[in-house]
Design a protein around this ligand. Structure first.
Ligand SMILES: NC(=O)C[C@H](N)C(=O)O
Length: 335
């Protein structure tokens, strides 16, 4: 039996066309382009339906309301299809893939997010390879989680990052090997792929949450932190040095201690592309732990932000949110 795949087209370069101001999404353009490409309609390909969103956007315009729309759309079509593709811009693709990974509870079917660096309708587009393979993989190698396919690699969505603004190899998952590689043969990394669930899938809703992000830099003043914490924030992601270190500046540590007392969650993620936060490694990291800072372990900043949105959208006590932040919920961190 041929599989049926649902394609949610949200926008992004893959369906864009040139304008005087640069690339813009154009209604109907992607569906028409795919209809005219015979390779998508070969016998080996699954059936697929493209659902084009009313408002196609550059992914720089994505917000948690859009994550909710995508999650609800897939939930509404979940029973009718074998797998799901989300066509999305590359700029915030790793954030959406991370957010959806948390929002889908008990996911039992593949959800693959993909897009391209050059529009599908243009010569040398990477969109053909990305969409064609995503469809083929969703039908023939169904991995029941939210993944991201780009340049012949399938990554866990909440481990992925955009690492190249210009190249075709635009994504990587620096702390986890790809789940699948599409070379001459398609190879699945079975050790990393989760087990199928037969529970009923449902969506945990998210609402936009006030979250601050501060990148530490040599000589940063405690005022920078104070200004962010003065906003009505519920959580702060601190992008720290190395294994989770910060300057041992007493005013800065005091700001963090005060934030903790007010119930603001401070999550420590490293600025390094690879590796894991360990606040026991150095006295400078230990000082952060002493003032209540939570370890982001080896989560990407994108996954950390999405996970905070997911947890803060539920009615949970701060202590429980802190506990869940360091608990592996969807393969987003290594324990
Ligand atoms: N390659 C892309 O899709 C970039 C585009 N600005 C977007 O994220 O929508």
């Amino acid at each position: 039996m041929k599989k049926s795949i649902y394609v949610a087209y949200t926008g992004g370069t893959i369906g864009m066309r040139p304008s005087a101001q640069g690339y813009i999404p154009a209604a109907g353009f992607l569906s028409q382009t795919v209809a005219n490409m015979p390779e998508f309609h070969r016998a080996e390909m699954p059936h697929f339906t493209i659902h084009e969103y009313d408002s196609l956007i550059d992914s720089s315009d994505m917000n948690p309301g859009d994550w909710q729309q995508i999650a609800d759309d897939i939930h509404n079509n979940y029973a009718q299809y074998d797998g799901f593709i989300i066509l999305h811009g590359t700029d915030t693709m790793a954030y959406t893939a991370s957010a959806l990974s948390f929002m889908f509870e008990d996911l039992g079917k593949p959800v693959i997010v993909t897009g391209s660096q050059i529009p599908l309708a243009e010569l040398r587009s990477d969109g053909q390879v990305n969409l064609l393979n995503a469809l083929y993989i969703a039908a023939n190698y169904p991995i029941p989680e939210v993944t991201l396919f780009f340049n012949n690699q399938l990554f866990r969505g909440n481990r992925s990052r955009k690492v190249d603004a210009n190249g075709f190899n635009a994504f990587d998952s620096p702390n986890l090997a790809p789940l699948l590689k599409a070379g001459i043969k398609i190879e699945v990394n079975n050790q990393l792929v989760g087990i199928q669930t037969d529970k009923k899938m449902y969506v945990s809703p998210v609402k936009s949450q006030p979250i601050g992000v501060v990148t530490l830099y040599p000589g940063i003043s405690s005022e920078v932190l104070r200004n962010t914490l003065q906003q009505p924030v519920k959580a702060l992601i601190l992008l720290s040095f190395g294994v989770g270190n910060a300057p041992k500046n007493s005013a800065l540590l005091q700001q963090l201690a005060d934030a903790d007392k007010q119930g603001i969650i401070v999550l420590n993620c490293t600025q390094c592309v690879r590796g894991k936060v360990d606040m026991g490694g150095y006295a400078n990291g230990h000082a952060l732990r002493e003032v209540g800072v939570v370890s982001g372990m080896d989560m990407t900043p994108e996954a950390a932000l999405a996970k905070l949105h997911y947890l803060l959208s539920q009615d949970l006590p701060v202590s429980e949110i802190k506990r869940l932040l360091t608990t592996n919920l969807r393969g987003e961190l290594s324990q």
